[in-house]
Design a binder for this molecule. Structure first.
Ligand code: NAI
Ligand code: MG
Length: 359
Protein backbone atom coordinates (compact mmCIF):
# COMPACT_ATOMS: atom_id res chain seq x y z
CA UNK A 1 0.00 0.00 0.00
CA UNK A 2 2.90 2.38 0.70
CA UNK A 3 2.54 5.54 2.78
CA UNK A 4 4.49 7.13 5.58
CA UNK A 5 2.84 8.12 8.81
CA UNK A 6 3.83 9.87 12.00
CA UNK A 7 2.36 8.45 15.21
CA UNK A 8 2.52 10.30 18.54
CA UNK A 9 2.90 7.68 21.27
CA UNK A 10 1.75 8.72 24.76
CA UNK A 11 2.25 5.80 27.18
CA UNK A 12 1.08 7.75 30.26
CA UNK A 13 1.07 6.06 33.67
CA UNK A 14 0.61 2.71 35.36
CA UNK A 15 -0.05 -0.14 32.97
CA UNK A 16 -0.07 2.42 30.13
CA UNK A 17 3.67 2.00 29.60
CA UNK A 18 3.40 -1.80 29.57
CA UNK A 19 0.49 -2.15 27.15
CA UNK A 20 1.65 0.60 24.79
CA UNK A 21 4.89 -1.33 24.20
CA UNK A 22 2.85 -4.31 23.01
CA UNK A 23 0.58 -2.06 20.93
CA UNK A 24 3.51 -0.35 19.21
CA UNK A 25 5.17 -3.69 18.45
CA UNK A 26 1.98 -4.84 16.71
CA UNK A 27 1.73 -1.61 14.68
CA UNK A 28 5.36 -2.08 13.63
CA UNK A 29 4.62 -5.63 12.56
CA UNK A 30 1.57 -4.44 10.59
CA UNK A 31 3.66 -1.79 8.81
CA UNK A 32 6.26 -4.38 7.82
CA UNK A 33 3.71 -6.87 6.55
CA UNK A 34 1.56 -4.36 4.65
CA UNK A 35 4.42 -2.25 3.39
CA UNK A 36 3.98 1.19 4.86
CA UNK A 37 6.26 3.22 7.12
CA UNK A 38 5.48 4.33 10.66
CA UNK A 39 7.51 6.90 12.52
CA UNK A 40 6.83 6.84 16.27
CA UNK A 41 7.53 9.80 18.54
CA UNK A 42 7.01 9.33 22.26
CA UNK A 43 5.85 12.17 24.54
CA UNK A 44 4.95 12.42 28.23
CA UNK A 45 1.35 12.86 29.41
CA UNK A 46 -0.49 12.54 32.72
CA UNK A 47 1.41 11.73 35.90
CA UNK A 48 4.62 11.01 34.00
CA UNK A 49 4.42 14.53 32.52
CA UNK A 50 3.59 16.08 35.90
CA UNK A 51 6.70 14.50 37.41
CA UNK A 52 8.85 15.67 34.49
CA UNK A 53 7.41 19.16 33.83
CA UNK A 54 4.75 20.00 36.44
CA UNK A 55 2.01 19.95 33.76
CA UNK A 56 -0.29 17.00 32.91
CA UNK A 57 -0.38 18.04 29.25
CA UNK A 58 2.83 19.89 28.34
CA UNK A 59 2.44 22.27 25.37
CA UNK A 60 5.16 20.33 23.54
CA UNK A 61 3.16 17.10 23.85
CA UNK A 62 0.03 18.71 22.40
CA UNK A 63 2.03 20.27 19.55
CA UNK A 64 3.59 16.93 18.75
CA UNK A 65 0.16 15.31 18.66
CA UNK A 66 -1.17 18.00 16.33
CA UNK A 67 1.76 17.40 13.96
CA UNK A 68 1.04 13.64 13.79
CA UNK A 69 -1.28 11.48 11.70
CA UNK A 70 -2.62 9.75 14.79
CA UNK A 71 -2.18 9.65 18.56
CA UNK A 72 -1.72 6.33 20.37
CA UNK A 73 -2.43 6.73 24.09
CA UNK A 74 -2.10 4.26 26.98
CA UNK A 75 -3.74 5.49 30.17
CA UNK A 76 -3.16 8.14 32.81
CA UNK A 77 -3.69 8.53 36.54
CA UNK A 78 -2.65 6.96 39.80
CA UNK A 79 -2.96 7.42 43.57
CA UNK A 80 0.35 9.30 43.84
CA UNK A 81 -1.25 12.26 41.99
CA UNK A 82 -4.70 12.11 43.62
CA UNK A 83 -3.97 14.89 46.12
CA UNK A 84 -3.28 17.47 43.39
CA UNK A 85 -5.91 20.15 42.64
CA UNK A 86 -8.28 18.93 39.92
CA UNK A 87 -6.86 21.14 37.14
CA UNK A 88 -3.35 19.75 37.80
CA UNK A 89 -4.29 16.07 37.88
CA UNK A 90 -3.25 13.55 35.22
CA UNK A 91 -6.84 13.05 34.01
CA UNK A 92 -7.01 16.74 33.09
CA UNK A 93 -4.65 15.94 30.23
CA UNK A 94 -7.31 13.84 28.51
CA UNK A 95 -9.77 16.73 28.35
CA UNK A 96 -7.02 19.05 27.12
CA UNK A 97 -6.03 16.59 24.43
CA UNK A 98 -9.63 16.09 23.23
CA UNK A 99 -10.26 19.84 23.15
CA UNK A 100 -6.87 20.64 21.61
CA UNK A 101 -7.38 18.15 18.79
CA UNK A 102 -11.07 19.06 18.28
CA UNK A 103 -12.19 15.46 18.77
CA UNK A 104 -15.98 15.40 18.53
CA UNK A 105 -16.69 11.76 17.64
CA UNK A 106 -16.05 8.92 20.06
CA UNK A 107 -16.16 5.45 18.52
CA UNK A 108 -16.62 2.55 20.92
CA UNK A 109 -16.94 -0.88 19.36
CA UNK A 110 -18.53 -3.61 21.43
CA UNK A 111 -17.73 -6.88 19.75
CA UNK A 112 -17.96 -10.21 21.45
CA UNK A 113 -15.18 -12.50 20.33
CA UNK A 114 -16.37 -16.10 20.03
CA UNK A 115 -13.61 -17.20 22.39
CA UNK A 116 -14.93 -14.92 25.16
CA UNK A 117 -18.68 -15.54 24.94
CA UNK A 118 -18.56 -17.28 28.30
CA UNK A 119 -17.01 -14.18 29.92
CA UNK A 120 -20.08 -12.05 29.21
CA UNK A 121 -22.55 -11.15 31.95
CA UNK A 122 -25.40 -12.20 29.64
CA UNK A 123 -26.45 -15.58 28.29
CA UNK A 124 -24.33 -16.97 25.43
CA UNK A 125 -27.33 -17.22 23.09
CA UNK A 126 -28.01 -13.49 23.60
CA UNK A 127 -24.47 -12.17 23.13
CA UNK A 128 -23.09 -14.57 20.54
CA UNK A 129 -22.25 -12.65 17.36
CA UNK A 130 -22.74 -9.19 18.89
CA UNK A 131 -20.76 -6.58 16.93
CA UNK A 132 -21.90 -3.03 17.69
CA UNK A 133 -20.22 0.32 17.12
CA UNK A 134 -21.45 3.17 19.30
CA UNK A 135 -20.68 6.60 17.81
CA UNK A 136 -20.99 9.10 20.64
CA UNK A 137 -20.96 12.88 20.13
CA UNK A 138 -18.23 14.15 22.42
CA UNK A 139 -18.15 17.94 22.57
CA UNK A 140 -21.80 19.08 22.80
CA UNK A 141 -25.06 18.20 24.50
CA UNK A 142 -25.82 18.23 28.19
CA UNK A 143 -22.18 18.30 29.29
CA UNK A 144 -21.37 21.59 27.60
CA UNK A 145 -24.72 23.36 26.89
CA UNK A 146 -25.32 26.81 28.34
CA UNK A 147 -26.83 27.88 30.72
CA UNK A 148 -25.22 25.57 33.25
CA UNK A 149 -24.57 26.02 36.95
CA UNK A 150 -26.16 26.13 40.38
CA UNK A 151 -28.20 29.30 40.93
CA UNK A 152 -30.02 30.82 43.95
CA UNK A 153 -33.82 30.84 43.74
CA UNK A 154 -35.68 34.08 44.45
CA UNK A 155 -37.91 32.35 46.99
CA UNK A 156 -35.02 30.55 48.68
CA UNK A 157 -33.24 27.31 47.87
CA UNK A 158 -31.10 26.77 44.77
CA UNK A 159 -31.54 25.37 41.28
CA UNK A 160 -29.10 23.20 39.36
CA UNK A 161 -29.14 23.66 35.58
CA UNK A 162 -27.66 21.87 32.59
CA UNK A 163 -28.81 22.35 29.04
CA UNK A 164 -28.94 19.81 26.27
CA UNK A 165 -28.18 21.82 23.20
CA UNK A 166 -27.07 20.97 19.65
CA UNK A 167 -26.64 23.03 16.53
CA UNK A 168 -27.47 21.62 13.11
CA UNK A 169 -23.75 21.87 12.32
CA UNK A 170 -22.81 19.66 15.29
CA UNK A 171 -25.47 17.07 14.47
CA UNK A 172 -24.50 16.98 10.83
CA UNK A 173 -20.80 16.38 11.44
CA UNK A 174 -21.35 13.53 13.93
CA UNK A 175 -24.04 12.17 11.62
CA UNK A 176 -21.57 11.99 8.74
CA UNK A 177 -19.00 10.12 10.84
CA UNK A 178 -21.70 7.61 11.78
CA UNK A 179 -23.04 7.11 8.24
CA UNK A 180 -19.48 6.60 6.98
CA UNK A 181 -18.76 4.12 9.76
CA UNK A 182 -21.98 2.19 9.07
CA UNK A 183 -21.09 2.11 5.38
CA UNK A 184 -17.78 0.42 6.25
CA UNK A 185 -19.59 -2.14 8.44
CA UNK A 186 -22.92 -3.89 7.82
CA UNK A 187 -24.68 -0.82 6.44
CA UNK A 188 -27.15 -0.30 9.30
CA UNK A 189 -27.35 2.90 11.34
CA UNK A 190 -29.64 3.39 14.33
CA UNK A 191 -29.94 6.99 15.52
CA UNK A 192 -30.88 7.12 19.20
CA UNK A 193 -32.71 10.09 20.65
CA UNK A 194 -35.65 11.11 22.83
CA UNK A 195 -37.62 12.88 20.12
CA UNK A 196 -40.95 12.09 21.76
CA UNK A 197 -40.04 14.50 24.61
CA UNK A 198 -37.04 16.70 23.74
CA UNK A 199 -36.97 19.45 21.11
CA UNK A 200 -33.19 19.05 20.76
CA UNK A 201 -33.85 15.42 19.81
CA UNK A 202 -36.46 16.48 17.25
CA UNK A 203 -33.84 18.64 15.56
CA UNK A 204 -31.32 15.79 15.87
CA UNK A 205 -33.66 13.42 14.09
CA UNK A 206 -34.54 15.96 11.39
CA UNK A 207 -30.87 16.58 10.57
CA UNK A 208 -29.97 12.86 10.54
CA UNK A 209 -32.95 12.14 8.26
CA UNK A 210 -31.74 14.95 6.00
CA UNK A 211 -28.33 13.28 5.59
CA UNK A 212 -29.77 9.89 4.65
CA UNK A 213 -30.20 10.55 0.89
CA UNK A 214 -26.40 10.99 0.65
CA UNK A 215 -25.97 7.46 2.01
CA UNK A 216 -28.51 5.37 0.08
CA UNK A 217 -26.51 2.23 0.87
CA UNK A 218 -27.05 2.70 4.62
CA UNK A 219 -30.33 1.62 6.21
CA UNK A 220 -31.32 4.27 8.77
CA UNK A 221 -33.59 3.59 11.73
CA UNK A 222 -34.46 5.60 14.86
CA UNK A 223 -34.96 4.49 18.43
CA UNK A 224 -35.80 6.23 21.69
CA UNK A 225 -32.96 6.02 24.19
CA UNK A 226 -34.94 4.21 26.87
CA UNK A 227 -35.99 1.54 24.40
CA UNK A 228 -32.40 1.28 23.13
CA UNK A 229 -31.14 0.64 26.68
CA UNK A 230 -33.63 -2.20 26.89
CA UNK A 231 -32.99 -3.63 23.42
CA UNK A 232 -29.22 -3.71 24.06
CA UNK A 233 -29.67 -6.38 26.69
CA UNK A 234 -32.75 -8.03 25.14
CA UNK A 235 -31.57 -8.52 21.57
CA UNK A 236 -28.18 -6.84 21.02
CA UNK A 237 -27.58 -8.54 17.65
CA UNK A 238 -30.18 -6.25 16.03
CA UNK A 239 -27.66 -3.36 16.19
CA UNK A 240 -24.81 -2.54 13.83
CA UNK A 241 -23.89 1.16 14.24
CA UNK A 242 -25.54 3.43 16.81
CA UNK A 243 -25.19 7.22 16.73
CA UNK A 244 -26.27 9.38 19.64
CA UNK A 245 -25.63 12.55 21.64
CA UNK A 246 -23.02 12.89 24.36
CA UNK A 247 -24.75 11.73 27.54
CA UNK A 248 -26.93 9.06 25.91
CA UNK A 249 -23.73 7.78 24.28
CA UNK A 250 -21.80 7.80 27.55
CA UNK A 251 -24.39 5.53 29.12
CA UNK A 252 -25.16 3.30 26.12
CA UNK A 253 -21.50 2.73 25.23
CA UNK A 254 -20.78 1.48 28.76
CA UNK A 255 -23.84 -0.72 28.61
CA UNK A 256 -22.88 -2.13 25.20
CA UNK A 257 -19.29 -2.64 26.35
CA UNK A 258 -20.35 -4.80 29.26
CA UNK A 259 -22.04 -7.23 26.89
CA UNK A 260 -18.58 -8.24 25.80
CA UNK A 261 -16.80 -9.10 29.04
CA UNK A 262 -13.58 -7.57 30.34
CA UNK A 263 -12.63 -3.91 30.28
CA UNK A 264 -9.17 -5.12 29.25
CA UNK A 265 -10.59 -5.94 25.79
CA UNK A 266 -12.25 -2.63 24.87
CA UNK A 267 -10.66 -0.18 22.42
CA UNK A 268 -11.81 3.31 21.43
CA UNK A 269 -11.19 6.02 18.88
CA UNK A 270 -11.90 9.74 19.08
CA UNK A 271 -12.00 11.60 15.78
CA UNK A 272 -12.09 15.25 14.72
CA UNK A 273 -12.42 16.95 11.35
CA UNK A 274 -9.44 15.88 9.34
CA UNK A 275 -6.83 16.22 12.10
CA UNK A 276 -5.21 13.33 13.95
CA UNK A 277 -7.47 10.83 15.70
CA UNK A 278 -6.85 9.62 19.25
CA UNK A 279 -6.78 5.88 19.95
CA UNK A 280 -6.82 4.47 23.47
CA UNK A 281 -8.21 1.61 25.53
CA UNK A 282 -11.41 2.32 27.45
CA UNK A 283 -9.85 1.31 30.77
CA UNK A 284 -7.59 3.37 33.04
CA UNK A 285 -4.05 2.95 34.37
CA UNK A 286 -4.95 0.04 36.71
CA UNK A 287 -2.58 1.03 39.55
CA UNK A 288 -3.49 -2.19 41.39
CA UNK A 289 -1.63 -4.31 38.81
CA UNK A 290 0.81 -1.75 37.36
CA UNK A 291 4.45 -2.81 37.08
CA UNK A 292 3.61 -6.48 37.61
CA UNK A 293 3.39 -7.60 33.97
CA UNK A 294 -0.23 -8.64 34.52
CA UNK A 295 -2.09 -6.17 32.30
CA UNK A 296 -4.14 -7.31 29.35
CA UNK A 297 -2.67 -5.51 26.31
CA UNK A 298 -5.51 -6.50 23.95
CA UNK A 299 -7.59 -3.31 24.35
CA UNK A 300 -4.47 -1.34 23.42
CA UNK A 301 -3.72 -3.61 20.49
CA UNK A 302 -7.33 -3.35 19.24
CA UNK A 303 -7.08 0.45 19.60
CA UNK A 304 -4.07 0.15 17.30
CA UNK A 305 -6.26 -1.70 14.79
CA UNK A 306 -8.74 1.18 14.92
CA UNK A 307 -5.85 3.59 14.31
CA UNK A 308 -4.84 1.63 11.23
CA UNK A 309 -8.42 1.59 9.95
CA UNK A 310 -9.62 5.13 10.68
CA UNK A 311 -6.53 7.34 10.52
CA UNK A 312 -4.26 5.47 8.12
CA UNK A 313 -6.95 3.82 5.95
CA UNK A 314 -5.03 0.54 6.22
CA UNK A 315 -8.06 -1.65 6.73
CA UNK A 316 -6.38 -4.89 5.68
CA UNK A 317 -3.68 -4.32 8.27
CA UNK A 318 -6.36 -3.52 10.85
CA UNK A 319 -8.13 -6.78 10.11
CA UNK A 320 -4.89 -8.73 10.36
CA UNK A 321 -4.22 -7.28 13.82
CA UNK A 322 -7.76 -8.14 14.95
CA UNK A 323 -7.33 -11.63 13.60
CA UNK A 324 -4.10 -12.11 15.57
CA UNK A 325 -6.01 -11.20 18.74
CA UNK A 326 -8.59 -13.88 17.97
CA UNK A 327 -5.89 -16.40 17.18
CA UNK A 328 -4.11 -16.05 20.53
CA UNK A 329 -7.42 -16.38 22.32
CA UNK A 330 -8.22 -19.46 20.27
CA UNK A 331 -4.84 -20.89 21.22
CA UNK A 332 -5.98 -20.51 24.83
CA UNK A 333 -3.69 -17.68 25.96
CA UNK A 334 -5.29 -15.42 28.56
CA UNK A 335 -4.23 -12.64 30.88
CA UNK A 336 -5.65 -12.87 34.39
CA UNK A 337 -8.67 -10.60 33.73
CA UNK A 338 -10.03 -12.96 31.05
CA UNK A 339 -8.80 -16.21 32.59
CA UNK A 340 -10.85 -19.29 31.80
CA UNK A 341 -10.66 -22.87 33.02
CA UNK A 342 -7.88 -24.71 31.20
CA UNK A 343 -6.37 -21.53 29.70
CA UNK A 344 -2.64 -20.73 29.57
CA UNK A 345 -2.33 -17.70 31.84
CA UNK A 346 0.30 -15.29 30.53
CA UNK A 347 1.56 -11.83 31.44
CA UNK A 348 1.45 -8.68 29.35
CA UNK A 349 4.83 -9.21 27.71
CA UNK A 350 4.25 -12.89 26.90
CA UNK A 351 0.86 -12.03 25.42
CA UNK A 352 2.68 -9.54 23.19
CA UNK A 353 5.08 -12.26 22.05
CA UNK A 354 2.19 -14.63 21.32
CA UNK A 355 0.47 -11.92 19.28
CA UNK A 356 3.56 -11.34 17.16
CA UNK A 357 3.90 -15.08 16.62
CA UNK A 358 0.24 -15.28 15.55
CA UNK A 359 0.43 -12.28 13.23
P1 NAI B 1 -9.11 1.12 35.70
O1 NAI B 1 -9.77 0.92 34.38
O2 NAI B 1 -7.73 1.61 35.70
O3 NAI B 1 -9.18 -0.24 36.53
C1 NAI B 1 -10.40 -0.87 36.91
C2 NAI B 1 -10.12 -2.37 37.20
O4 NAI B 1 -9.93 -3.04 35.97
C3 NAI B 1 -8.87 -2.61 38.03
O5 NAI B 1 -9.10 -3.70 38.89
C4 NAI B 1 -7.83 -2.95 37.01
O6 NAI B 1 -6.80 -3.77 37.49
C5 NAI B 1 -8.64 -3.63 35.93
N1 NAI B 1 -8.07 -3.39 34.60
C6 NAI B 1 -8.14 -2.25 33.87
N2 NAI B 1 -7.47 -2.38 32.72
C7 NAI B 1 -6.97 -3.63 32.70
C8 NAI B 1 -6.17 -4.37 31.79
N3 NAI B 1 -5.76 -3.84 30.62
N4 NAI B 1 -5.84 -5.61 32.11
C9 NAI B 1 -6.23 -6.18 33.24
N5 NAI B 1 -6.99 -5.54 34.16
C10 NAI B 1 -7.35 -4.27 33.89
O7 NAI B 1 -10.06 2.13 36.52
P2 NAI B 1 -9.85 2.77 37.96
O8 NAI B 1 -9.23 1.79 38.89
O9 NAI B 1 -11.14 3.36 38.30
O10 NAI B 1 -8.84 3.98 37.76
C11 NAI B 1 -7.42 3.90 37.93
C12 NAI B 1 -6.79 5.18 37.45
O11 NAI B 1 -6.98 5.31 36.04
C13 NAI B 1 -7.41 6.43 38.07
O12 NAI B 1 -6.38 7.35 38.32
C14 NAI B 1 -8.35 6.93 36.99
O13 NAI B 1 -8.58 8.31 37.07
C15 NAI B 1 -7.58 6.57 35.76
N6 NAI B 1 -8.41 6.42 34.53
C16 NAI B 1 -7.83 6.79 33.36
C17 NAI B 1 -8.49 6.62 32.18
C18 NAI B 1 -7.78 6.97 30.94
O14 NAI B 1 -6.57 7.17 30.94
N7 NAI B 1 -8.46 7.06 29.81
C19 NAI B 1 -9.84 6.06 32.13
C20 NAI B 1 -10.33 5.62 33.41
C21 NAI B 1 -9.64 5.81 34.57
MG1 MG C 1 -18.51 6.49 30.91
Amino acid sequence: MGGRYKIAVLPGDGIGTEIVQVGVAMLEAAARRFDFALHFEEAPIGGAAIDATGEPLPAATLEQCKASDAVFLGAVGGPQWDALPSDKRPEKALLGLRAGLGLFANLRPARILPQLVAASALKPEVVEGVDILVVRELTGGLYFGIPKGIFPEKKGGRRGVNTMSYSTFEIERIGRVAFEAARGRRGKLCSVDKANVLEVSQLWREVIVGLAPEYPDVELTHMYVDNCAMQLVRQPRQFDTIVTENMFGDILSDEAAMLTGSIGMLPSASLGSGGPGLYEPVHGSAPDIAGQDKANPLAQVLSGAMLLRHSLRQSEAAQAVEKAVQTVLEQGYRTGDIAAPGAHIVGCRAMGERLLAAF
